[in-house]
Design a protein. Structure first.
Length: 664
């Protein structure tokens, strides 16, 4: 087996010297056996440097204890799925770690932790191998090998350790409260399946996608079917959920893709694919061979459980670099990317030059931080397991200089939640460019998984039928032209309506105040005259009106026709001095307007004003024509009064006629 195993020593081992008084300066009681996956199992090109990733994780999480940490890199050379060779490699790595933990005298007091692997088949194999170990009450905990994996297993079901108890022993290991082996081979970082289900529910409800098909990577030994089942029950079987899961189906390159995308001819409007990005590429190519219209007709939400933050964008760029034909499908899928809470996910700019594997950084940092928590406890009983004192703890794990992930543990030492936000990205390649960019469509924020739209989604709600698939998401040209025509027509109608209202207002204003037929008269428009010569009295001749009038005005109109009969000009001997002194002024209701006589009648109204309703009423009166009705000309506006102007009637008013009839 030695030809299958490559062990690379990273740092020189320093003997563990015990706890120091200051936590920050003490050595960390930890030995890390780090399983490194094959590059071909994660990406299409060489995008990660695993040794540099481990070095950065140690420097960020234990800068003062770098020399005291014992770290080994174990490179697997088997396949990416469960095969006989791969199982032997994992078991060999575990056996080597156990042998080192028990035989090396310098390991006294150290915790031996296997970090990884990141692939689910290897996770299940490693967990089964660790749990097959035998223990009793006399077993030294220093011989145990613990495991921390990135989403390994994803659903965080912590398996109870069931050791074989020697009947000769005086204690029952499973009943010892301080013997905490529950965490052996089971701790994983990242998110759990219920957290992923809540995030997917928020996205699906936000965009109105009600019928969902879940596709999972169905490689030998993979655990994705369990994760898909958890999501099915968390979303589809919820009493308050409006989302239905039409089916959960597995796919690999040996399965006919037609049976996957058309499960029993079910209709659905969105797909969720739980798979590695390197598996998504052959899936899209296989679908394009049998049903090209399926691609792009509905969103395909892809979640890669082995990648974290910008590792997702880096791997997808490498996939497109090796398979250029996938560029035509870029707008057909969405990438669901986890990243630390309130941390900006970098998606723009050139391809990342760093080759740090963030998922590995996270797992290594978690192991170091847990060991620091343990070492800070002081007098920790030897019977306590590696994770025994994490009840209610909050662990902060730096993974880059700008990223820190916060993870909480519950009262039963189980990981409760990881503070992660989720970005929904759409990959695309700008026209004339070979560089892949990513558009942020939505952000799902921790802890309540509230969603915020960042860009308008191109896919609509639950309206698609799987048998009537559009080949493109771009609207039809006829629809676009119709929308443009309706917009122009609406603008023209609105403009014409505004012009009509303005012109109508202008005409009414001009009709009321200007022209020969204007409705409003001012002192400059009329001249008051006295119809007959009368002696001046102390009171006005007509109580309805008191307008001062120059008597000499009648002289200018002494040659009027029959209509002016009875009008007497003033005495011509009146001098200008007498007019100026007021001697020639008398009160009258008669005035001259447009070379004709009019009758002016005062309106006894308080706070009278020229409102539109009043002017409309005067206009209506002016339009009345009858032989027994004196015609209305308009209204007269003076400083002290508001009056109605009638056509002059030489026979007098009805009141005058009745008075004369009674008197004579």
């Amino acid at each position: 087996m030695n030809d299958l195993l490559k062990i690379i020593t990273i740092s020189v081992v320093f003997s563990y010297s015990g706890y120091l008084s200051q936590v920050g300066a003490q050595n960390i009681p930890l030995r890390l056996e780090i399983i490194i996956p094959q590059m071909k199992c994660l990406a299409s090109t060489d995008v990660f440097d695993f040794a540099a990733s481990v070095k950065q994780a140690v420097q960020l999480n234990a800068p003062e204890q770098v020399a005291s940490l014992r770290t080994n890199l174990i490179a697997l050379t088997g396949s990416c799925s469960v095969t006989t060779a791969e199982v032997l490699e994992v078991n060999q790595a575990l056996s080597q770690a156990q042998q080192t933990a028990t035989s090396d005298p310098r390991n006294s007091g150290l915790y031996t932790v296997i970090v990884g692997p990141p692939l689910l088949p290897q996770c299940s194999q490693m967990e089964a191998s660790i749990l097959s170990a035998r223990a009793n009450c006399l077993t030294n905990l220093s011989t145990y090998v613990y495991q921390v994996g990135f989403q390994c297993p994803m659903n965080h079901h912590i398996h109870l350790f069931s050791p074989v108890i020697n009947t000769a022993d005086s204690c029952n290991l499973t009943q010892q409260p301080l013997m905490d082996f529950n965490s052996v081979g089971s701790l994983s970082v990242g998110l759990n399946s219920l957290q992923l289900a809540d995030v997917l529910r928020s996205i699906l409800q936000n965009y109105g996608w009600r019928k969902i098909l879940i596709i999972y990577q169905n490689e030998p030994g993979f655990l994705m079917k369990d994760v898909a089942t958890d999501i099915f029950y968390a979303i589809g079987q919820s009493a308050n959920s409006s989302i239905s899961i039409v089916d959960i189906v597995g796919w690999n390159q040996g399965i006919n893709v037609t049976s996957v995308i058309l499960p029993d001819s079910q209709n659905y409007t969105a797909c969720v694919m739980l798979s590695q990005l390197i598996t998504v590429a052959p899936f899209l190519l296989a679908v394009n061979q049998v049903a090209p219209k399926w691609i792009g007709a509905r969103p395909l939400i892809v979640f890669d459980y082995a990648l974290f933050a910008q590792d997702v964008t880096r791997v997808w760029r490498s996939v497109l670099a090796t398979q250029a034909s996938l560029r035509m499908f870029q707008n057909a899928l969405l990438l669901l990317v986890p990243c630390p809470y309130e941390t900006e996910l970098p998606v723009s700019g050139p391809t990342e030059s760093e080759k740090i594997f963030l998922a590995l950084d996270f797992a290594v940092g978690m192991a170091i931080q847990i060991a620091k928590q343990r070492s800070a406890a002081g007098n920790v009983p030897n019977t306590n397991g590696f994770f025994g004192l994490l009840k209610g703890a909050i662990v902060r794990v730096p993974i880059t200089s700008t990223m820190t992930v916060v993870t909480t543990f519950g009262k039963s030492n189980k990981q409760v939640d990881t503070a992660l936000d989720f970005n929904l990205l759409m990959p695309n390649t700008p026209e004339g460019s070979t560089e892949v960019t990513f558009t942020k469509l939505a952000l799902v924020s921790w802890p309540y998984n509230t969603i915020r739209n960042l860009t308008t989604m191109i896919w609509g709600p639950d309206t698609e039928n799987v048998n009537n698939i559009l080949s493109t998401c771009v609207p039809d040209n006829g629809i676009v032209l119709a929308l443009v025509f309706m917009s122009i027509l609406t603008a023209v109608v609105v403009f014409a309506l505004v012009v009509f209202l303005l012109s109508r207002w202008y005409r009414r204003r001009k009709m009321y105040r200007e022209g020969p037929n204007k409705l409003i008269l001012y002192p400059v428009d009329i001249v008051f005259v006295r119809p007959s010569r009368s002696s001046r009295t102390s009171a006005p001749s007509n109580p309805d009106l008191r307008f001062p009038t120059l008597n000499s005005e009648a002289k200018l109109n002494a040659d009027l026709g029959s209509r002016t009969t009875g009008l007497q000009p003033d005495d011509p001997v009146k001098s200008l001095a007498s007019v100026i002194s007021g001697d020639g002024i008398s009160d009258t209701n008669t005035a001259r307007y447009n070379n004709g006589l009019v009758y002016v009648k005062r309106l006894d109204l308080e706070n009278a004003a020229l409102k539109s309703k009043f002017l409309d009423a005067v206009r209506s009166l002016r339009e009345i024509r009858h032989e027994n009705i004196n015609s209305v000309i308009g209204c007269y506006v003076d400083i002290s009064s508001l009056c109605i102007v009638f056509d002059y009637c030489s026979r007098g008013s009805l009141k005058v006629r009745i008075f004369l009839f009674v008197t004579y």
